[in-house]
Design a binder for this molecule. Structure first.
Ligand code: LLP
Length: 422
């Protein structure tokens, strides 16, 4: 099983904490995150980079729980954000704005203004119009904006097409030649300061070579700029390191760090990293209860109380997550039968696991594992379902860090509008 999850005396636990009592107390569906595992990974990442100056900017989109962000901030993490909302979260969690990098292809004027006012560490600019818009806003605010250009190194990350971002025909970044032409102009702008360069080629990468190929291409540009008299302070290699959901064998943090350092060849720049999934995916589980067992046209369905609304990844990417019962099937119990584990949402794609050999019946509780990244963050209220509660575990203690939504929460923003129009 991935992450901290294992059976102890027949009970599924995260580290030393049994999960069934949490499901009992807070209800299901319920997200549970093991912060100790996340902290250990943060330190492992940092250790892997050793004496290379570096900054780990956690990609907030992977899991934006305030409680999680606050703890990462306490460890000294920076943050990679992609919206004004994520900036608000980082600030509310006590994150240091100077350690924030702001990625994304479509930053609005308001988002740029707010980030300038907060004094963030770097704007990862993805287009020329964005660059000049940022320059104007910085001038109006009387400040100098620290800038990195996101280059698109055109390497194939060999991952799912929806989460691949570094090929030349997708919307992200600037061609290397375009960036080469822009840096000198940017350097002359009185309100823009070219501090870095960045790329991000995709997510859930399970081999090292695309990272290294991309970095080498970017380093060639760094060297070229240096020959022209422009020395950058940091090189941001994005996120994307994969995790184990099934039988993937992604590189270890140590191998990843060693590979990056090898390519950098002692260059003095600060290496910035934007890991999301790698830090949090395996530390999270979504707990759910089987509502019904249904046999239909020769298939067995376990209909559970979690759905694509809580965990969209299987429906959207055909992603595979381990699904296991909270109570370990007794040795010698009947052989597990195949079942489709599906949610109650009115969509045929509302499947959490297809054809799983599993021993479970109505009333049993299950854990969907490796759900700490892009789980809650991609949850929705479709079918007017309340988004689930979240529990964070730290040193054997469980904290309810987000209560379950209520119908009143959802209805509160609306009016019947039966009177005069606005
Ligand atoms: N930096 C940038 C600029 C990104 O766009 C992303 C993710 C990251 C960092 C973090 O990547 P990570 O280390 O987590 O792979 N919803 C999809 C994943 C989308 C990733 C988008 N960008 C999923 O559930 O697989």
């Amino acid at each position: 099983m991935p992450g901290p999850f294992a059976y102890r005396d027949g009970a599924l636990c995260a580290g030393s904490v049994p999960l069934a009592p949490l499901a009992e107390r807070y209800g299901t569906p319920l997200y549970v995150y093991d912060f100790d595992g996340i902290a250990a990974r943060y330190h492992a990442f940092s250790q892997a980079l050793g004496d290379q100056p570096h900054r780990i900017c956690y990609a907030v989109k992977a899991n934006s729980s305030l409680a999680l962000l606050a703890r990462l901030a306490r460890l000294g993490a920076g943050f990679d954000i992609v919206s004004g909302g994520e900036l608000a979260r980082v600030l509310a969690a006590g994150g240091d704005p100077a350690k924030v990098v702001f990625s994304g292809v479509g930053k609005s004027a308001q988002e740029l203004k707010d980030a300038l006012a907060a004094g963030i560490g770097c704007f990862n600019v993805e287009s020329e119009p964005e660059l000049w818009r940022l320059g104007e806003l910085a001038a109006a605010a009387g400040v100098v904006a620290p800038v990195s250009l996101r280059v698109n190194p055109d390497v194939d990350p060999e991952t799912h097409p929806y989460i691949s971002t570094g090929l030349k025909d997708n919307k992200f970044g600037l061609a290397v030649e375009r960036a080469a032409a822009l840096y000198p102009r940017l350097a002359e702008h009185p309100h823009l300061d070219p501090v870095g360069i960045d790329f991000h080629i995709g997510s859930q990468l399970t081999s090292l070579s695309p990272f290294i190929d991309a970095l080498r291409r970017v380093l060639a540009l760094v060297d070229q700029l240096e020959e022209g008299g422009l020395t950058l302070k940091h090189i941001d290699v994005g996120g994307g390191l994969g995790v184990r959901y099934d039988d993937e064998a992604p590189p270890s943090a140590a191998a990843y760090g060693a590979g990056l350092k090898g390519a950098l060849q002692g260059r003095p720049q600060t290496l910035v990293l934007e890991p999301g999934r790698w830090l949090v995916a395996e530390a999270g589980a979504l707990l759910t209860t089987v509502e019904y067992e249904k046999h239909h046209e020769g298939r067995r369905f376990l209909i559970v109380d979690a759905a694509m609304t809580e965990l969209l990844r299987p429906a959207l990417y055909n992603a595979w997550h381990p699904i296991v019962p909270l109570v370990e099937p007794a040795a010698g119990a009947a052989a597990p039968q195949a079942a489709d584990i599906v949610g109650p949402v009115c969509e045929s794609s509302d499947v959490l696991g297809r054809d799983r050999a599993i021993t479970a019946a109505a009333g049993d509780r299950l854990a969907i594992l490796a759900a700490g990244a892009y789980g809650f963050g991609m949850a929705s209220n479709y079918n007017t379902r309340n988004r689930p509660a979240e529990v964070l575990l730290e040193q054997g203690e469980a904290y309810l860090v987000r209560r379950r939504e209520r119908y009143e929460d959802q209805l509160a923003l609306e009016t019947l509008a039966l009177g005069e129009s606005a």
